[in-house]
Design a protein around this ligand. Structure first.
Ligand code: PMP
Length: 431
């Protein structure tokens, strides 16, 4: 089997044979064709190197083609690539044990492997409903939980919602966006709104509440410090369970903690994982308190590829690499450096309205005017394109596309962040 790597031919084949519904996120005027990738870098068909701060929206956690991840996956490929939910197999069972060990102590956690984040969120919702015997789920405006099924309905961004009848029972509440949220920067009105919504838009009892510790696709919106604890209390008082979607925030990306929820001093009832869990190998997981998972044990739930041993072998290696290479320590160092450089940049350019995030999950919000905070998507797009021309790939986010997202694999170093800051600064100087 041979592959034609010609740039124009690749674009032509994609346009001719792949569905136009497959978006490209970056929307560069001259798209990048990737040929290979190593750790925090990707290379195009001419072997031009880019620092990958998009990492397919955080799917690559410990580094592209990480040697240990690939070694473990290859070992398993040669042993067996059988999807094994119908059988017993050691590798997924080991991985489940190792994931449970990362969860807060004192609870009886169990793991249910599936294939994608959307599927995992659907399963989490199903578990919540069966366990509580309630139907309504509270989700946040501006959230992203997937692009299909109930997960799409839980998603609170218009660009991710198709014009079809929505799955019932999803009620959106205002997200506590400290920069442009409807209630400003104080937390309590957002918490009160949960109470008001439960009393007005549900029977008074809910199945649960789902939240990303930092809204990623929505434009890197961190949940403020006391919000999760207060929100969880409201939801639990109405009979609901609390689901944290760690698809972007998990696996050490915050630096200070393995999971995004940990810095909020809360223990969720269900934790949803995907993307970084397999460092590119398809895998997702719902980690739930046993009693919640048991609520759906009468009827079995499985899908063909869930807990496939190759992805689970890769996942085990991800956990090992995070620990052995002290990647969380690295995230703090690299993230702090980026933060100080970006804070200085914000002083310099009035079109940078906000810089935020934690660890190696950061966002720069572009505005036309700091007082009105009107979004500046064109400026964000120009900076992203100029960055790319200078060897740095970043993502974009937010409903208006005016937020630049910097999410490299967590092996990206201080030097890489120094490089990223310099490229971004140079791009800003050209606006
Ligand atoms: N939750 C979050 C927070 C996500 O960012 C995503 C993907 N961007 C998903 C869920 C859905 O994951 P998947 O694309 O694997 O369905």
């Amino acid at each position: 089997i041979t592959t034609d790597w010609d740039y124009q031919a690749t674009l032509a084949r994609r346009h001719r044979y792949m569905s136009p519904s497959l978006g490209t996120f970056t929307a560069f005027s001259k798209p990048v064709v990737l040929k290979r990738a190593r750790m925090q870098y990707v290379y195009d068909e001419n072997d031009r190197k880019y620092l990958d701060c998009l990492a397919q929206n955080l799917c690559i956690s410990v580094g592209h083609c990480h040697p240990l991840v690939n070694r473990e996956a290859k070992k398993q490929i040669d042993e067996m690539v059988h999807c094994t939910t119908m059988y017993y197999q050691a590798v997924p069972a080991h991985f489940a044990e190792e994931l449970v060990a990362t969860m807060p102590a004192g609870e009886d956690w169990v793991v249910h492997f599936v294939n994608s984040g959307a599927e995992a969120n659907d399963l989490a919702l199903l578990m919540a409903r069966l366990y509580t015997h309630n139907y309504e789920i509270l989700s946040l405006r501006n959230s992203f939980h997937g692009l299909q099924g109930p997960a799409m309905t839980m998603t609170g961004i218009k660009t991710c919602r198709q014009s079809i009848p929505s799955d019932g029972g999803v009620v959106h509440v205002h997200n506590p966006d400290q920069y442009r949220g409807v209630f400003g920067a104080t937390v309590d009105p957002y918490v009160n709104e949960i109470d008001i919504t439960i009393n007005s838009s549900t029977p008074g009892q809910v199945a649960g509440f789902i939240v990303e510790p930092i809204q990623g696709f929505g434009g890197v919106i961190p949940m403020p410090d006391t919000y999760l604890a207060k929100a969880f209390a409201q939801v639990r008082a109405a009979g609901g369970v609390c689901i944290v979607d760690e698809v972007q925030t998990g696996f050490g990306r915050m630096g200070s903690h393995m999971w995004g929820f940990e810095s909020h001093g809360v223990t969720p009832d269900i934790v949803v994982m995907a993307k970084g869990i397999g460092n590119g190998y398809p895998l997702a997981a719902v980690v739930a308190k046993r009693e919640i998972a048991e609520a759906m044990a009468k009827k079995k739930f499985f899908n063909t590829y869930g807990s496939n041993p190759v992805s689970c072998a890769a996942g085990r290696a991800v956990l090992r690499v995070i620990a052995d290479d002290d990647l969380m320590g690295n995230v703090i160092e690299a993230g702090d450096l980026l933060e100080s450089r970006m804070i200085a940049l914000k002083e310099k350019y009035s079109f940078i309205g906000d810089f935020r995030g934690r660890g190696l999950m950061r966002g720069i919000e572009f505005v036309k005017d700091r007082t009105t905070r009107e979004s500046a998507p064109e400026e964000a797009a120009m900076v992203a394109e100029l960055n790319k021309d200078n060897g740095l790939i970043v993502g974009r986010g937010g409903v208006h596309g005016n937020i630049i997202r910097i999410n490299p694999p967590i092996c990206a170093t201080k030097d890489d962040m120094q490089f990223a800051a310099e490229v971004i600064e140079h791009s800003c100087s050209r606006i």
